[in-house]
Design a protein around this ligand. Structure first.
Ligand SMILES: [Zn+2]
Length: 135
């Protein structure tokens, strides 16, 4: 698979561990050490208590499908990667993240099925995007 013409993430100092963790197979999410909230997407401040004592933790990479949709046409998306299944996955740690489901028949996808993380890496090796597949 080639990354282009898929859009590349904007890697900021706050999100860099999230985008590069997948290069080593790690799904990194953040935890507030003040209130213990675990959350996605990366932020410098806790979205609940607004504290700035946050740390990176390695998620299990397992979760369930919370919601999904199947797109058979996506402008600019490679035809060999359609249909595209976009989903909200609820991680075992609690937070939900927007992602894609890969290596699956869209007819087999359902709310509540178990999934696990994989990573799709850019050609330049600068980032890897977490995607999920049914288990
Ligand atoms: Zn907090």
């Amino acid at each position: 698979m080639t990354w282009e013409p898929r859009p590349a993430p904007v890697v900021t100092p706050e999100s860099e561990p999230y985008w590069t963790g997948g290069l080593n197979g790690d799904l990194r999410i953040q935890r507030c050490t003040d209130c213990d909230l675990v959350y996605v997407y990366p932020r410098a401040h806790c979205p609940d208590c607004l504290g700035d004592h946050v740390e990176w933790v390695e998620a299990s990479g397992r979760g369930t499908v919370y919601s999904y949709t199947v797109a058979h046409q996506v402008a600019g998306w490679p035809d060999d990667d359609l249909p595209l299944v976009s989903a909200y996955v609820e991680l075992d740690e609690g937070p939900r993240l927007m992602t894609n489901l890969v290596d699956c028949d869209p007819d087999d996808v359902a709310v509540g099925i178990a999934v696990e993380v994989r990573f799709e890496q850019s050609e330049d090796g600068e980032f890897a995007v977490p995607v999920f597949t049914p288990v």
